[in-house]
Design a protein around this ligand. Structure first.
Ligand code: MN
Length: 242
């Protein structure tokens, strides 16, 4: 997805000024187009640590956000410390311009910018009022791409289970069609040009579920549906059309 479409997406999907305040990592890059996002900041969680307890326990949320996500932000800032040109880029620009990063720093930028981006969106893709099934245009798009919501859930869960080791499962919107994919490590679909717009992502790193579910990733994935913030996913889907 082109950088501009994400910017336009935020404008066009009616993400309000209030909700933008809860996503400073994303808001910053929109505000500071010329300045770039450096130094990047850890966005506040838009809810309490225990808000997602139907699927994810408070301790996991705290460690995941305060330590894992923070480490991606800190490591990204460290990696960019001596590279003033790259500091001028926004987060989205960074992950879509990895070829501009000197080879010795490329893996660090890829992993940590990807980690920062993925987690900034992941928190927003969940809500204590989440779960259920999407209606409206998103519900229709899911039905037409996967036959039914149940079949979509099955295919997405399969992608999440099939990702060996650490990574993410994705629902991606491209040219009016929805597809499911998965990525290793902290890669995001937008790292590949022309891949479409990710509108839902699921973190399947063990750090996302190990305290409550230990090695049972399938149980985590099954519970996770209870907290999916379809309202936000629908906004991203709507924005992906523009
Ligand atoms: Mn994670």
């Amino acid at each position: 997805m082109h950088l501009m479409s994400r910017r336009r997406m935020l404008q066009l999907t009616g993400v309000s000024a209030v909700s933008l305040l809860t996503i400073p990592a994303v808001a910053r890059e929109d505000k500071d187009e010329k300045k770039g996002g450096y130094p990047f900041e850890l966005p506040k969680l838009p809810y309490e640590f225990d808000a997602l307890d139907a699927a994810i326990d408070a301790k996991t949320m705290e460690i995941h956000h305060d330590r894992h996500h923070k480490a991606y932000v800190d490591n990204l800032n460290n990696a960019l410390k001596e590279m003033p040109d790259l500091q001028k880029l926004s987060l989205t620009e960074l992950v879509t311009s990895l070829s501009k990063v000197p080879e010795k720093s490329r893996a660090a930028v890829r992993n940590n910018a990807g980690g920062h981006l993925n987690h900034s969106w992941f928190w927003l893709m969940m809500s204590k009022d989440g779960g259920g099934e999407p209606s409206g245009a998103l519900g229709k798009a899911i039905d037409s791409s996967f036959e039914s919501f149940a079949k979509f859930q099955e295919a997405f869960s399969k992608a999440a289970m099939g990702r060996f080791g650490s990574g993410w499962a994705w629902l991606v919107a491209k040219e009016g069609k929805l597809t499911i994919s998965s990525s290793p490590n902290q890669d995001n679909p937008i790292m590949k040009e022309g891949s479409g717009t990710p509108i839902l992502g699921l973190d399947v790193w063990e750090h996302a579920y190990y305290l409550r579910y230990q090695n049972k990733r399938a149980d985590y994935v099954k519970s996770w549906w209870k907290v999916v913030n379809w309202k936000f996913v629908a906004q991203l889907h709507e924005g992906a059309k523009s």
